[in-house]
Design a protein around this ligand. Structure first.
Ligand code: 13P
Ligand code: SF4
Length: 307
């Protein structure tokens, strides 16, 4: 019954998507049925680039608010729709513009590097954005002799600082989902599955990262599992990635590091909400031009430095 209802919803979504010429971009943490009907599925960096290169003038972003905002910032001539504008990222919202301005005041000549998981207002006062797929590469290209304020994910910041052997200043925040994975969770999984490789998102704690075989973005984790000759993986990121791993690497055995690895904001987007969004062509994500143009500098710089 549920499957039949979903099939009807998908049919109607596909009809309206064509009729209204809408390009759907989804994140790997989206529900499987949403990933399957999207025109493009990716990590947060690939989503931003896909929005910029969208073949259509209306883009529906199935992801949390900063992802839809990034599309709106990068595509001023396009219409960006969110099926659930209340879907947000608590870590992104944890930092205030004044926190950034205060740092800049007290650290003249410093650079502010913001994780893409930030609101447009924070990007607008940042020098450059990064995602987990490109942060190390980008920060490596920045001047060596200036203080860097890395915001807002302290876990990701510590991972980058360790990789580059360069001190960074952090903001005390983290993703509540990834931060909840413990060293004990990983040790228990390893004991139960001694041959498995441990694949970890860099939003996890340094303790967890220390036990990993691979650390990377959602796309990085999916690609690593596909290329590895191992058949069993302990996954320390939101369970949505398992859908794509199962598609591209069928038959591989996936063990979620901890039962709580669900992002409720990502999962608040449903087929019903996507249908409603396409029917009413809402909710349009608009970023005030004074903020958009400043935030675009930081996002475009990220794309240029990531190449
Ligand atoms: P990715 O850039 O790896 O897709 O991560 C986004 C995110 O929100 C992780 O929690
Ligand atoms: Fe934000 Fe964490 Fe959800 Fe990613 S998983 S969107 S960082 S709360």
């Amino acid at each position: 019954m549920h499957n039949q209802a979903d099939a009807l919803l998908k049919e109607e979504i596909n009809r309206l998507k064509k009729e209204n010429s809408v390009y759907i971009i989804a994140h790997y943490y989206q529900r499987p049925e949403i990933q399957d009907l999207a025109d493009f599925v990716g990590d947060s960096y690939a989503m931003a680039v896909a929005a910029k290169n969208s073949p259509l003038d209306t883009i529906l972003v199935a992801g949390v608010d900063f992802m839809a905002e990034s599309a709106a910032i990068l595509c001023p001539g396009k219409t960006v729709l969110s099926p659930e504008p209340a879907a947000t990222c608590p870590m992104a919202n944890s930092i205030d513009v004044n926190d950034v301005l205060q740092y800049k005041d007290t650290h003249p000549g410093s650079l502010v590097v913001s994780y893409v998981n930030t609101p447009a207002s924070i990007k607008a006062v940042s020098d450059i954005c990064v995602t987990s797929s490109n942060a190390v590469k980008i920060i490596q290209k920045l001047p060596q002799d200036v203080p860097i304020f890395f915001i807002p994910d302290e876990n990701l910041g510590k991972f980058i600082a360790g990789k580059l052997d360069r001190p960074l200043d952090f903001y005390p925040s983290c993703c509540p989902i990834h931060n909840a994975v413990t060293r004990q969770d990983i040790l228990k999984c390893k004991e139960e599955h001694p041959g498995a490789e441990v694949l970890v998102h860099p939003e996890c704690t340094p303790d967890v990262i220390a036990l990993s075989d691979y650390v990377g973005s959602t796309a990085g984790i999916i690609n690593y599992a596909a290329k590895s000759d191992k058949n069993q993986f302990i996954i320390a990121t939101e369970h949505g990635v398992m859908h794509r791993i199962n598609q591209v690497s069928p038959g591989k055995d996936l063990i979620l590091a901890q039962a709580g690895l669900t992002c409720p904001n990502m999962k608040s987007i449903t087929l019903d909400k996507i249908l409603n969004s396409l029917k009413n062509m809402e909710t349009i994500i608009a970023v005030p031009e004074s903020i958009r143009s400043q935030a675009a500098v930081a996002l475009e710089r990220m794309i240029a430095y990531a190449c």
